[in-house]
Ligand binder design. Structure first.
Ligand code: 4FV
Length: 240
């Protein structure tokens, strides 16, 4: 990640997230711009990328194999993935974090078989100090990685199939990071927005800004009235 050294952040970051992926380069861009990059520079977010290939077997660093029982595609091997997860956990236990008796990371596997990611779940995850995200590829991972207890939660971002878990991981990181105090500037609020508790988990009201008139399209008069009680009532009425 040329120019933006992101992994050598000190331990004081509010939230540490370790990402296990075959394609660390995919995170270039979405997590190195704007609000998320600022959060990393302000040491509110400590992102660490681990290339699963480096835990591969043999000369060719094999990480997957053909599915037992036959069928198309390849499956990521239990021995490779568990080695990677345990390496991150032991690495994290060393140093300052370990001394504080910091419990291990909440280990999340992004997959269409998971529970759907919601704002309520995002707010719960944002209270954690340490997350580990496993990004699958191909047909997915050997089920023993989950049944054997190396994954705490399986999370899906939606009922469709992607080429890998990297985009879902970025979606989760973006949504969670916004909930970390200090990440959103004062003019950006996570309070009164869609699906937030203050809006009863409903979709927020529509927004308008200058120009007041555009090709005959105008702004609702109440929003120009300065009457904040009426504006509040209008907005509540627009929440759906
Ligand atoms: C996905 C989702 C998703 C499935 C096979 C990765 C892919 C490949 N992850 N929400 N929808 N994952 O489609 O989280 O391994």
């Amino acid at each position: 990640m040329a120019g933006k050294n992101v992994t050598s952040l000190k331990y004081c970051a509010v939230m540490r997230i370790d990402i296990l992926t075959l394609f660390p380069g995919m995170f270039e861009g979405p997590l190195t711009e704007s609000i998320l990059q600022r959060a990393r520079e302000k040491e509110l977010l400590d992102l660490r990328f681990h290339d699963l290939r480096s835990f591969g077997l043999g000369k060719y660093k094999q990480i997957d194999d053909s599915p037992y029982g036959g069928g198309a595609g390849m499956v990521m091997r239990v021995d490779v993935i568990v080695k990677a997860i345990e390496a991150v956990m032991s690495e994290g236990q060393k140093g300052k974090r370990g001394q504080e008796g910091q419990e291990g990371p909440l280990r999340i596997y992004l997959s269409p078989r998971g529970k759907r990611l919601t704002q309520t779940k995002v707010e719960r995850l944002a209270k954690k100090k340490w997350l580990l995200l496993l990004c699958g590829h191909y047909e997915g991972i050997d089920q023993r990685i989950i049944d054997g207890g190396w994954i705490d939660e399986e999370i899906s971002i939606g009922d469709y199939v992607l080429t890998g878990g990297e985009l879902p991981a970025m979606v989760l990181i973006d949504a969670v990071a916004r909930q970390i105090p200090g990440v959103l500037g004062k003019d950006e609020s996570a309070q009164e927005e869609s699906f937030s508790a203050s809006l009863g988990r409903k979709r927020e009201y529509p927004h308008y800004t200058r120009p007041e008139e555009f090709r005959g399209l105008t702004v609702p008069d109440v929003l120009l009235s300065g009457n904040h009680r009426k504006i509040g009532e209008w907005r509540i009425d627009k929440i759906k």
